[in-house]
Design a protein around this ligand. Structure first.
Ligand code: SF4
Length: 307
């Protein structure tokens, strides 16, 4: 079935919309269809940049993937050891780094491409030794995350959940709110009696946006499993630093959250156009000021002369 361009919403999309409108345009509009052989060069270029990742994201994805395999192994009856989980995450990091450094993406669409390599950032220079130091930072981050997962008293219940009580892990799902498709990807959801518990694994530092995302998961649980907000416990587990932020919401708490989502969707609709029909007008999506921190981490730097 052919993909159709439509306005959907997620907390990460909303975050990008508010951080830099140009980045939002490049990510969700210009890059659309860039995977097609017959796409314009500008669409192909935007799509190629959109697909790049970075070492912090790669380390986070590696931990997510290895933990997902651990939960699957419990379901299959042959539970992976912590050593196997750590080795699996480190193998993803090392393989992906090598793919990026060696340019495997030139012949393999699925191969990893790091923005640090693409923009030839000094911190990833191998000759000076900077890359080894930079890479070690993420190896240590992965080791700390796996150690927290297996050692934290706070996560004892998570490790002991019976597989029959699993509801989802790493499952991209959608629900509809305000006539808009809303994306939700809970890292782990399980039943605790009449309650639903949802966890998100984090390998970075706590952010205010993380709390908002937990509130959105509470709405997701309501729509997906028919539970009241009071029956949902959500948590951000900051695995690299061994911190746990738990949240419970009431139905009344959900009112301002839904109002915020509705306002965000309304703002997005005001500038929305069908990217299947045209590439739109980039000037309708202003750039942030030059020198902004946002640019220093943005995959699209070269399109804005901010590389
Ligand atoms: S480089 Fe800066 S201005 Fe350009 S899209 Fe990225 S964040 Fe926005």
């Amino acid at each position: 079935m052919a993909l159709v361009h439509e306005l959907s919403w997620s907390s990460s999309r909303a975050r990008m919309f508010h951080a830099c409108k140009r980045r939002y345009y490049l990510q969700y509009y210009l890059a659309w269809g860039g995977w097609n052989r017959g796409a314009s060069d500008e669409r192909k270029r935007a799509y190629k940049l959109k697909k790049m990742t970075s070492m912090p994201m790669l380390a986070g994805d590696a931990v997510h993937s290895a933990l997902e395999e651990w939960f699957q192994s419990r379901e299959s009856g042959r539970e992976f050891t912590r050593e196997e989980v750590e080795a699996a995450a480190l193998a993803i990091l090392r393989r992906s780094y090598k793919e990026s450094r060696d340019g495997a993406w030139r012949t393999n669409n699925k191969a990893t491409r790091l923005s640090e390599h693409h923009y030839e950032e000094p911190k990833i220079d191998e000759a000076s030794g900077a890359a080894a130091e930079y890479g070690t930072r993420y190896v240590e981050r992965i080791k700390s995350a796996v150690a927290t997962f297996f050692d934290s008293e706070d996560l004892a219940e998570v490790r002991a959940v019976e597989p029959k009580d699993y509801l989802a892990f790493e499952a991209m799902d959608t629900f509809t709110l305000f006539d808009t498709k809303i994306f939700a990807v809970p890292d782990l959801a399980y039943r605790r009696g009449e309650e639903v518990v949802i966890y998100d694994w984090k390998t970075g530092r706590p952010r205010e946006a993380d709390r908002y995302q937990l509130a959105i998961y509470t709405i997701y649980a309501r729509e997906k499993w028919g539970v009241q907000p009071e029956q949902v416990e959500t948590a951000d587990a900051y695995l690299a630093t061994d911190e746990l932020e738990m949240a419970r919401h009431t139905a009344a708490d959900m009112v301002p959250v839904e109002e915020r989502i509705e306002a965000s969707i309304t703002e997005m609709r005001e500038v929305h156009f069908n990217a299947d029909d045209s590439a739109g007008d980039p000037e309708a999506f202003p750039m942030v000021e030059a020198g902004s921190r946002e640019c220093s981490m943005c995959n699209f730097r070269e399109l804005c002369d901010r590389a």
